[in-house]
Design a protein around this ligand. Structure first.
Ligand code: IPE
Ligand code: IPE
Ligand code: MG
Length: 246
């Protein structure tokens, strides 16, 4: 019988657990970019890239959980992504809908707390209700998965300030704003990973990324596998974080 061997460079789950704990990686965030190019290069419709990307997303979350990373955030759809053709937007929403269905069914097994970051009011009533139901169903689970959906960093800050104004504030502090962000339940991300060879944040976690470590790779998201994830975490473990100190 032939066993498929792991590449020599791949560390075991136990080794990765130790590394994650040693470098205190509490929150990892992904800008899941490159689905369209991945598909186009293969002569496939962009939607196929999103479908493969959704599978990679699921796998990546499981791996992060196995390594003991308590909070994962994934950028699924930005406030600017509505500019895309209707067919593509509809397919992304359909994939999210089926992801949510699976998450609901797998709740007993996975024990993940789902939080949707972003303005849900622009989603269809049906999808918004499914998001809210999943948040409620999983609210006592320990490991957090934030899914940024109709999310924009600027929109989030404006929303936070308006929330404070509506409560009567005439001055605000950094803590006030942090408390009113969609991410209020999570620490700031330690590491933000962006695949696809683009070197920008594209309106992702603008406030929260003040001291995040950024990791870029040319790999397109549908090709992002465990080896890629290990490289990102190993790179993070070698960073020197000073937060403005010495
Ligand atoms: C990221 O992949 C997924 C979403 C923005 C929803 P893209 O669709 O942006 O893929 P590229 O960047 O066009 O290759
Ligand atoms: C960022 O990717 C948004 C998501 C991954 C959901 P985009 O493809 O929208 O970003 P730009 O347009 O390359 O900056
Ligand atoms: Mg893109």
């Amino acid at each position: 019988m032939i066993f498929k061997k792991k590449p020599a460079a791949l560390k075991s789950t136990e080794e990765m657990k130790q590394l994650v704990s040693d470098c205190n990686l509490r929150h990892i965030a992904f800008i899941m970019d490159g689905n369209g190019r991945w598909a186009t290069r293969r002569g496939l419709p962009r939607e196929t890239g999103h479908s493969v990307g959704a599978r990679v997303f699921k796998k990546t979350v499981t791996t992060c959980r196995d390594w003991g990373i308590p909070t994962v955030t994934a950028y699924a759809f930005s406030t600017e992504n509505w500019k895309r053709p209707e067919k593509e937007v509809n397919e992304i929403m359909r994939l999210l809908d089926s992801y949510i269905k699976e998450a609901r069914e797998d709740n007993e097994k996975n024990r993940i707390r789902y939080i949707f970051l972003g303005d849900k009011s622009r989603l269809s009533d049906d999808l918004r209700q499914k998001c809210e139901y999943l948040e409620e169903l999983t609210k006592d689970n320990r490991l957090t998965l934030n899914i940024a959906l109709n999310y924009g960093g600027r929109d989030e800050i404006v929303h936070a300030v308006n929330t404070l104004i509506s409560k009567g504030a005439d001055r605000v502090t950094e803590d006030d704003i942090s408390r009113c962000l969609y991410t209020s339940a999570s620490p700031d991300p330690d590491l933000i990973v962006r695949p696809s060879g683009e070197y920008r944040l594209s309106n992702f976690l603008l406030w929260q990324s003040a001291y995040s470590e950024l990791y870029f790779t040319d790999t397109l998201w549908p090709d992002f596998d465990e080896a890629q994830l290990q490289l990102a975490v190993i790179d993070f473990s070698n960073r020197s974080r000073r937060f403005g100190g010495v």
